[in-house]
Design a protein around this ligand. Structure first.
Ligand code: HEC
Length: 113
């Protein structure tokens, strides 16, 4: 059952969004389903900040989940405000955990923030 849902999401993701390429296989279906990819890329600014830049803020996973449901545009001067999104906690936690995993990877790279 779970597998069927996953495959369906994956297919939908592939069909809808070519921009989601940089996202890992387990995260891609989520960020596509909730349309995060319309405004966010992994490591470049789009409408919203790159997830690698969000990772630099060192939020807890819980905090990221909270911010998805209730964004604080004042955290990102120079960006338009993000609309509050309804993402089920379980899925939001997966996305949040992945965003935070980017912090480790980007260590040592370009230090401008
Ligand atoms: C319509 C465009 C848009 C969509 C869709 C969107 N975002 Fe954003 N996001 C933004 C913008 C713009 C910002 C920076 C301004 C702000 O935080 O309000 C942002 C900021 C964020 C932040 C940083 C919050 C902070 O306060 O530091 C996170 C985390 C985030 N988005 C995650 C997501 C996730 C996950 C999704 C999909 C569920 C998503 N966004 C969908 C535009 C979007």
């Amino acid at each position: 059952m779970k597998k069927t849902i996953f495959s369906a999401l994956l297919l939908a993701g592939l069909a809808i969004n070519a921009k989601a390429q940089d996202f890992p296989e387990d995260i891609k279906p989520l960020v596509t389903k909730y349309a995060c990819t319309a405004c966010h890329k992994v490591d470049a600014r789009l409408v919203g900040p790159a997830y690698t830049d969000v990772a630099k803020k060192k939020y807890t996973n819980e905090k990221i989940v909270e911010l998805i449901g209730a964004p604080k545009p004042s955290n990102w001067p120079g960006y338009p405000p993000m609309a509050a999104l309804k993402v089920p906690k379980e899925d939001a936690m997966k996305i949040a955990g992945w965003i935070n995993s980017l912090a480790a990877k980007s260590k040592g790279k370009a230090k401008k923030s």
